[in-house]
Ligand binder design. Sequence first.
Ligand SMILES: Nc1nc2c(ncn2[C@@H]2O[C@H](COP(=O)(O)OP(=O)(O)O)[C@@H](O)[C@H]2O)c(=O)[nH]1
Ligand SMILES: [Mg+2]
Length: 354
Amino acid sequence: MTTLVLIGGFLGGGKTTLILEAARRLAARGLRVGIVMNDQAGQLVDTRLARAEEFDAGEVTGGCFCCRFTDLAQTLGGLLAANRDVIFAEPVGSCADLAATVLAPLERFHSGQYRLAPYSVVADPRRAHQLLAPGADERLSYLFRKQLEEAGLVLQTKADLPAPPFSWPGVPNLRLSARTGEGVDEWLDLILQQTWANDRPELDIDYALYAGAEAALAWLNWRAHLESPRALPPAFVAGPLLDALDSGLTAASIPIAHLKVFVQTNSGYLKASVCINGQEPIVQGRLDAPPARRHEIVLNLRATAAPEQVTAILQNAAAQLPGRLQVHSLECFRPSPPRPEHRLTRDSKDSPNP
Ligand SMILES: Nc1nc2c(ncn2[C@@H]2O[C@H](COP(=O)(O)OP(=O)(O)O)[C@@H](O)[C@H]2O)c(=O)[nH]1
Ligand SMILES: [Mg+2]
């Protein structure tokens, strides 16, 4: 039976990087892997990256898995038809209450189709210290805690980076690094052997606070083509764009939750991202991709601000790009309140739209 691995956790926590590393390792073991990405808007950097690495990746857009459960089931069905052995599904990093709104409905309405792996939730220890400290943004702190409270297994990610000690009580914690591979096989062995059990206490979540936390974020997805007068490597497009955005956001005192850009040319691609203001961008893909004149740019930004503010900062940063820009899409909004299609708790009947 196909194993479905749902990996939750906050924006920038390391879900996509872990999924791709795990997928490479499972492919090397001879398993067929599928991936489902998810976002509030269209044009996802994560899906581009997974497909650039030639994984079979689908996506659910326009809302989180819980609000788009029917779309999720359909996308999963497509991967099932393609005989995937393991499917990784990554919900939007601002989503919580997934045990009741995604896992339990999958168990109830699609029983026999998937073996559900224990619910893993990532936590970057540096983010945990930021959001669990006194004085942290209460809205994001609430979201971060609720995401962890329903975990069957907490993955302390980015173990290769220095961070103060962090541990989430009540469930097993596993330290791993998708970058060095530390802990990844141990996690895979565990989720391939164990099954999600709907035996944890019901998550005590206030949907008004949850909606308020999501709405604290400006959500911006943008896609454009750049035609430059001379050939440039993708890094010469991604780097200055991220720097200009980071400087603009920092100057306006806007905290970045996750800023990522994917640049594709005829001969290569590059992804760069920043999770904390002023951080050196982390780059994946081909830094040595040959120069090209035409670049496709997909940018996803989540930051604690008003949408108009981040749109203006993007427009200012994009105006500095060296060449002619053709913008195909720009979506920028505050996520609307979550309205799950289903909400099943251990003993309850289905209660949609809490
Ligand atoms: N050093 C290090 N960086 C990581 C690791 N995992 C993820 N990152 C970086 O953290 C950022 C956010 O990771 P991503 O997987 O996109 O997070 P997501 O939003 O949870 O999917 C990216 O810049 C990654 O390159 C890791 O194990 N070590
Ligand atoms: Mg991701």
